[in-house]
Design a protein around this ligand. Structure first.
Ligand code: MRU
Length: 378
């Protein structure tokens, strides 16, 4: 990326000194770990314009629903700061940044949510407002870290001894500010001695499972093996998997879950074989304005991602491709959604009531123990 400061650095997660978060605000710039370079190289980028951030999101240098929420928030703050420094109209810059960033990845609702949370705080009548926008966005960085830590605590309570977990794509620290969602459950489960091992799907075509999840699990010291995506259903049927845990990019009001393409077949295989299918996601991924699967926009990505591997063509010339980034798992196939404030069973519990009561609770960590009392067993 032209003009983007890049630094090679040792990235240390999970119990060791954490040197960088997946995304952060550092010296007036947005720091991201460049996930397209992993696992070969550990590189952080410092993004100083909204255009650079939009490119980083589109090309999946930064990705994963919670991380995108924070990216949207920091992006709006960055646009406001730059406009003020350059003597431009701040309100206009914020609107332009919001439209540009929101267009990059339409399925992950957290992106829109993060953009709106900072955008709505802008008050043109108050000179100090830029600092407030930056503070709000930075608070969301810390909040994301805490939410995902809590998801791990809540989710690990659902694990049995010697759990053999299957996960898809990357719902780890790299998909959030830290900890992850599905991998936060694994992180806490591992700390409690409950994890026998994790099978990660490769996650074609961009290999988030091989490149990112396997990398994270290795750092966590969790035994990990990869399966080709098409091997996962047979593996579940063989009795070698106790629980499937994935993240989510958008959960509709009826509990339908959009997540990385290939999640739906895993949920089908899990149901057919009596294996619990857990979705781990922050409340910000639940979108009550989206009624059901039909209303979720599914991002279609380029044919080249399917037709080429590392730039080398693997299909005949003129072949077309179908490359949706996500699919939707119907609510009825989801055993339970794990959030930072407890669990909810789509199709059984009222998701709207759950979100409504959750948003009224401000002392989140303190309320977690209360939530655990009402937890469902699988
Ligand atoms: O296309 P990606 O890599 O952004 O897809 C990411 C996923 O599908 C994750 O499972 C989801 O965002 C949840 S991340 C905690």
């Amino acid at each position: 990326m032209a003009g983007v400061g890049a630094t090679f650095c040792p990235l240390l997660f999970y119990g060791k000194a954490v040197q960088v978060r997946t995304i952060d605000w550092v010296d007036g710039k947005i720091l991201i770990i460049d996930q397209t370079r992993l696992p070969a190289e550990e590189v952080v980028l410092f993004l100083s314009t909204v255009e650079e951030l939009a490119e980083a999101i589109s090309s999946l240098r930064v990705r994963g629903a919670p991380a995108l929420g924070v990216a949207g928030a920091l992006g709006v703050a960055l646009a406001a700061k730059r406009a003020k420094e350059e003597g431009k109209d701040v309100g206009e810059a914020i609107s332009e940044a919001a439209s540009l960033l929101a267009s990059t990845r339409p399925t992950a609702v957290n992106l829109k949510w993060g953009i709106e949370r900072v955008k709505e705080a802008y008050d043109p009548g108050r000179p100090q407002t830029i600092d407030e926008l930056i503070e709000r966005a930075r608070a969301m960085v810390a909040e994301d870290e805490e939410m995902n830590r809590l998801i791990g605590e809540v989710g690990a309570d659902l694990l049995g001894e010697e759990s053999r977990v299957l996960t898809h794509c990357n719902a780890g620290a790299l998909a959030c500010v830290a900890h992850g969602t599905a991998l936060s459950v694994v992180e806490v489960g591992h700390r409690r001695g409950l994890i026998a091992g994790v099978t990660a799907t490769e996650t074609r075509p961009l290999l988030q499972g091989s490149r990112l999840t396997a990398w994270e699990l290795k750092r966590m010291g969790v035994p990990c093996r990869l399966t080709i995506d098409s091997g996962a259903a047979g593996l579940i049927a063989s009795g070698e998997i106790d629980v499937v845990v994935t993240g989510a990019d958008r959960i509709a009001a009826n509990g339908d879950v959009a997540n990385k393409v290939g999640t739906y077949p895993l949920a089908l295989a899990a149901r057919a074989n009596g294996v619990p299918f857990i979705v781990a996601a922050p409340l910000s991924t639940i979108d009550l304005e989206t009624p059901n699967a039909e209303a979720i926009p599914i991002e279609l990505r380029s044919d080249a991602e399917v037709l080429e591997i590392n730039g080398a063509r693997v299909a005949p010339e003129y072949t077309q491709a179908y490359n949706p980034a996500f699919d939707v798992t119907p609510a009825g196939l989801v055993s339970v959604i794990v959030t930072e404030l407890g669990v909810v069973r789509p199709g059984v519990d009222d998701l709207q009531a759950f979100v409504g009561s959750s948003s009224q609770r401000t002392q989140k960590a303190g309320l977690l123990s209360e939530e655990k009392k009402t937890q469902t067993s699988l």
